[in-house]
Ligand binder design. Structure first.
Ligand code: DGL
Length: 270
């Protein structure tokens, strides 16, 4: 047992969709969240820049003596694949837990993967799905407008702009008749309802946050690192740009008001 916090990071708000799932699945765990709001988006940047940012983010979390680090970011998970080897604590990204679930979910063996441009270019999800089962066809599509839409509050399923963008990006997946779509970027569960509404309710949408929280629980249990306290866990939030607005939006994403203030830090010091 270990009462140290779990460190979770993302380029911005998206990782909060994973935090929401961690709070449900591991309610007694303390969480330190870092959203790199000053440098979002990561998904349109080069590999080297994404790797550099990911290392800095992890270093910041390690300063808080976290017992595990979770990259709640499809882009970091896909590109900074060497991060795992350089950390003194257990680490997970979102790619493998999500692929595992998608492979079990598909009935017609056609899976769509949507993510940032960097994620799709890396083919991280496709490669792993094919390793699990090479009879599955994987159709990949980057959706570079989704992150700015979400970060700017365009999330309503009835908003015509949101619907049009979804329709445009997801048309090739519809044509390919996928029955399962991996939301390969942690920002996307925020528009999950809108995606379902445009694409049809029969489609299975796999939310990387939930799968990653379940996976992290297993890792912590196996290593004897679960928190044994009966008290509700605390969550601390840090960002690299002004916290203004983050608190309100975080509340929407988490489905509840955040109890502690959001602190701005200088990530370039790490
Ligand atoms: N939420 C992130 C992801 O899962 C990154 C989005 C971005 O910064 O481009 O890929």
């Amino acid at each position: 047992m270990n009462n140290a916090p779990i460190g979770v990071f993302d380029s911005g708000l998206g990782g909060l969709t994973a935090v929401r799932e961690f709070m449900k699945i591991l309610p007694n765990e303390n969480i330190i969240y870092f959203g790199d709001t000053g440098r979002v988006p990561y998904g349109s940047r080069s590999k080297d820049t994404i790797k550099k940012y990911a290392f800095q983010d992890a270093k910041f979390l390690l300063k808080h003596n976290v017992k595990m680090i979770v990259a709640a970011c499809g882009t970091v998970s896909s590109v900074a694949t060497n991060l795992k080897n350089d950390l003194p604590v257990p680490y997970t990204g979102v790619v493998s837990p999500t692929c595992f679930t998608a492979v079990q979910a598909t009935k017609n063996k056609k899976i769509g993967v949507i993510g940032t441009s960097a994620t799709i270019k890396s083919h991280s999800y496709k490669k792993l799905i094919e390793e699990f089962d090479n009879s599955i066809s994987v159709i990949e599509q980057d959706c570079p407008l989704f992150v700015p839409l979400v970060e700017n509050g365009f999330i309503n399923k009835d908003d015509q702009i949101v619907r049009l963008v979804i329709k445009r990006y997801l048309a090739p997946l519809m044509d390919a008749k996928v029955d399962t779509i991996i939301l390969g970027c942690t920002h996307y569960p925020i528009i999950k309802e809108a995606i379902s509404s445009v694409m049809g309710e029969d489609l299975t949408l796999i939310d990387s946050g939930r799968e990653t929280a379940l996976y992290a629980k297993n890792v912590l249990a196996e290593k004897g690192l679960l928190n044994d306290s009966n008290e509700k866990g605390r969550c601390e939030f840090y960002v690299s740009d002004t916290p203004e607005g983050f608190e309100n939006v975080a509340g929407v994403f988490l489905g509840k008001d955040i109890e502690h203030s959001v602190e701005q830090i200088n990530i370039e010091l790490y």
